[in-house]
Design a protein around this ligand. Structure first.
Ligand SMILES: Nc1ncnc2c1ncn2[C@@H]1O[C@H](COP(=O)(O)OP(=O)(O)O)[C@@H](O)[C@H]1O
Ligand SMILES: [Mg+2]
Length: 185
């Protein structure tokens, strides 16, 4: 994907993947911009993209998540996370965008590819069983947050609650996930 000078170009293999996973993918209505192609073809475990609003970052995520949903041979479940549910649900945000893509007539009128939306799970399931789910991780249950706050004991070595009889607290060393990432930047 990169030549000797580190410049991105599409080789025959990349072109074949794009053809199969994007151009022939009924769920993706756009052809990717070159930077989007670079992002969605990346084989690394983690990919960092940034840029100004409107730079097509979110669309790249959705394209990448839909990349393999039509692959009948492999079970595939994509999860897109945002901080809050409203970050997903706002007009123009990813749930809205996915619904525009997946509710197009040519998709919904074709039973063999028609996906189904579950509004409670925020999840699309495709006829082959593959899925695309939207999740969020901010604390939206203020009642639970308040309850947990009451369990804080400043004298306890634990974040929440106390050490009970028969329990021991042992310090262990765990490699930092974040340190490993910053070395790459
Ligand atoms: N490959 C593409 N072809 C056509 N329009 C695109 C493409 N990628 C993104 N867009 C459009 O560009 C606009 C901005 O994209 P978006 O992904 O929301 O940007 P960002 O998340 O970086 O703010 C949206 O209206 C989106 O539909
Ligand atoms: Mg965005």
């Amino acid at each position: 994907m990169y030549d000797k000078n580190g410049k991105f170009h599409l080789d025959a293999k990349d072109k074949a993947i794009l053809q199969k996973c994007v151009y022939e993918n009924p769920y993706i209505p756009f052809n990717p911009f070159p930077k989007q192609a670079e992002m969605i073809l990346a084989t690394e475990k983690e990919v960092l993209i940034g840029g100004a609003a409107g730079g097509s970052k979110s669309t790249s995520l959705l394209m990448r998540a839909l990349f393999y949903v039509q692959d009948d041979a492999n079970e595939y479940h994509a999860l897109i996370l945002r901080r809050t549910l409203s970050d997903l649900k706002r007009k123009g945000a990813l749930i809205h965008k996915a619904s525009q893509w997946l509710n197009r007539k040519e998709v919904q009128n074709n039973a063999s590819i028609k996906p189904k939306w579950d509004g409670t799970e925020h999840s699309w399931t495709f006829p082959n069983g593959n899925s695309l789910t939207f999740g969020y991780y901010a604390n939206s249950y203020m009642k639970l947050v308040k309850m947990n706050q009451k369990l804080h004991n400043p004298d306890s070595p634990l974040l929440i609650e106390d050490v009970k009889d028969g329990e021991t607290v042992k310090e262990i060393s765990e490699p930092s996930y974040i340190d490993a990432q910053t070395r790459l930047m």
